[in-house]
Every structure is written in C-alpha cells, then in structure tokens.
Design a protein around this ligand. Structure first.
Ligand SMILES: NC(=O)c1ccc[n+]([C@@H]2O[C@H](COP(=O)([O-])OP(=O)(O)OC[C@H]3O[C@@H](n4cnc5c(N)ncnc54)[C@H](OP(=O)(O)O)[C@@H]3O)[C@@H](O)[C@H]2O)c1
Length: 313
C-alpha cells in the first residue's frame, strides 16, 4: 500500500518506509472527508503527484494527519513559496532553483547577464528573471522594490577571484569580499521587509573556509569563512527567520571556466583522485541540499557541507 504521506512533500512514501512516529500521526478517514481536507489546504496538487507516479485516486487509501504535524509541515513546505535565487542562471544556483521548483516553489532567478537568465529559466520550465549585480546596492534595492513577497532567499552569486597576494593587486582580490559579504548584506537588508516569520535565507560558503590551498585563494577563503559567521549571527538577529549556509566542495560548474578547459580538467582530475568517493560533485547534489535547508523548519544557523568529505583530504 502506498500513502500520499503529505501532499506537500514532493515524494510519496511507502507505508513501510514511514518512521513509526509519522505513522502514529496518521488516521484513516473516508475519501469524501479527505477530499474536503485536501481542498481546504488551498495548494493541493495531488493529481500532479499521482500523475508523476502513474497512479490514480483509486490506487490510494486517503489519510489525514494530526494538527500539530500539519502545522509544522505547512511551515516547511515549498509549495507556492516564492524563492529568490541570486546566481540562479548557472551551476549551483540554477540547480537550487530547479530543486525548489520541483518542490512546488515559484522562483525568481537573479544574475548579471540577461541571456544566461533567460536560458536558465527555459531549462527549468519557466521562472521570473531579473538582472542585478549583487554588489550594486542600488540595483539590489530596486530589484526588491518590484517584488511583493519573498519566502526564501538563496544567495549563490559569486565568481572565482584568485591570485597570490605577493603577485596581485589587493583591490582585485578584495572584490571577492565585496561580492560575498557586502552583496548578501545588501540583498538580505532589501528583502527583509518582504519576508515573514516563516521565511529563510541560504548563503553559500565553500570548502576553502575549512581547507586552505596555498594556491592564491586566501582572500576568497576569508570571504567564505565570513559568510558562515555572518549567517550564524544573523540567525539570532533576524529570528525567527532562519539563516543557513551550504558549503560545497569541488562541484562541476561553469565557475571553473576561468581556468580554461585544460587546466579545468586537470583541477577536476586532481580533486577527484583525492576525494574519498573518487569524483567531484554535481550541482544538483548541492541544489538538493539547499532545498532541504529551505524546507526544513527546524534547521537554523547551520553550515551544511556538501563536499564529498573534501575538507578532510
Ligand atoms: N563550483 C564549486 O566547486 C564551488 C565550490 C565552493 C563554493 N562555490 C560557490 O558557489 C557559488 C555558486 O558557484 P557556481 O559553481 O554555481 O558558479 P557559476 O556556475 O559560475 O554560477 C555563478 C552564478 O552567479 C552569478 N553571479 C556571479 N557574480 C554575480 C554578481 N556579482 N551578481 C549577481 N550574480 C552574479 C552568475 O551569473 P552572471 O555571471 O551572469 O552574473 C551565475 O549565475 C559561488 O559563490 C561559488 O564560490 C562553488
């Protein structure tokens, strides 16, 4: 027997897979009562879920849950939530947008390049897009003035600015700090009036926060470590809005295009051979982790590492 455990969840669970605590929360009701219950929730997309699994209503026994479980689940659902993703036109941000959309969210993708944003929106089957540089305070403020509601804010915008301090213009390296610290501060400040108490924010750090390379990544390492400190403090300051961080290791995205194809392949080969799993990550794996941080209402001030164990090797 299959149970449409929670209609807001993107997956169906088999009865056997349900933890006993969840199973206890369920009580069987007749089909007409369940239909009223489901419709009353306003955002039921049961038929779509059933369609995805090639099932019909007749295949199912309808169930209901207790009120306490319902409230916590309603808070953590992404159905019809508006998720704004800075850096949503590529790589991890795009994967996060796709994961949020798959969980029922409406997404807005932000980046600096209109053509990339349009292509990204097509890739995920439609999304609103806006052009803005996260480091440009006025542009960021203007962007949020066009919105009425932000349920979740995801910040993945960033470029890979590297160079050994001895050989580099310090101001060029410090642009990494502006992009990763000033940018999120501008975006969060501008989004706050549009966020309710159930809202959440996910910032992006990286393996460099934990593992120095000695290869010209000192300033960007300081920037990503700073993101983690910023998030932990803001989680207390902005309560009850949740603030979390995802910290990816090596992930195959266009971020590494700056190195050229040969060097990029060499970097990925070296990283893969060092990693316990023998491969670098896919953006979808990080996108999925971001969707988890958005949707799990009790995860807060967390740094979730999605690095294949890379910070220890
Ligand atoms: N890939 C990895 O291995 C890895 C590892 C650790 C951490 N990270 C971090 O994860 C984040 C996402 O990286 P990614 O790998 O997904 O890179 P990516 O594929 O290059 O995507 C970066 C995204 O950010 C946007 N962007 C860059 N600068 C921006 C700015 N100033 N304002 C607004 N949007 C901007 C880009 O679009 P436009 O260029 O058109 O603006 C693009 O949409 C970055 O912060 C990166 O440092 C990545």
């Amino acid at each position: 027997m299959l149970i449409v455990g929670w209609p807001m969840f993107s997956s169906l669970a088999t009865a056997e897979r349900l933890p006993s605590s969840s199973a206890r929360a369920y009580k069987r009701i007749d089909i007409s009562e369940s239909k009223r219950f489901l419709c009353g929730m306003g955002y039921m997309r049961l038929s779509l879920i059933l369609q995805r699994y090639g099932m019909t209503y007749r295949s199912f026994t309808f169930t209901s849950v207790d009120e306490k479980t319902m409230k916590s689940t309603m808070q953590s659902s992404l159905l019809d939530a508006h998720v704004v993703v800075f850096g949503g036109s590529s790589g991890i941000g795009l994967a996060a947008a796709a994961a949020a959309k798959a969980r029922g969210a409406e997404v807005t993708l932000i980046g600096r390049t209109a053509s990339k944003l349009e292509a990204a929106a097509r890739t995920i089957g439609g999304a609103r897009t806006s052009v803005a540089d996260i480091g440009d305070r006025r542009a960021v403020e203007a962007l949020f003035q066009t919105m009425t509601r932000v349920d979740h804010l995801v910040i993945c915008a960033g470029t890979f600015i590297t160079g050994k301090l001895a050989d580099s213009d310090p101001d060029r390296l410090l642009a990494a700090l502006h992009e990763r610290i000033a940018g999120p501060v501008y975006a969060i400040k501008a989004a706050l009036p549009l966020m309710q108490s159930t809202a959440s924010i996910v910032l992006t750090s990286g393996q460099l926060a934990d593992r120095p390379t000695g290869q010209g990544t000192s300033v960007i390492a300081a920037a990503v470590r700073g993101i983690e400190a910023l998030a932990r403090s803001l989680a207390l300051e902005l309560k009850p809005i949740r603030v979390n961080v995802v910290s990816p290791g090596f992930v195959d995205t266009p971020l590494f295009d700056v190195f050229g194809s040969e060097d990029r392949a060499e970097i990925f080969a070296q990283a893969s051979s060092a990693l316990p799993g023998g491969r670098i990550g896919y953006p979808e794996e990080v996108g999925d982790a971001i969707a988890f941080l958005l949707s799990n209402g009790y995860t807060n001030a967390e740094v979730l590492h999605v690095d294949g164990g890379g910070r220890f090797v």
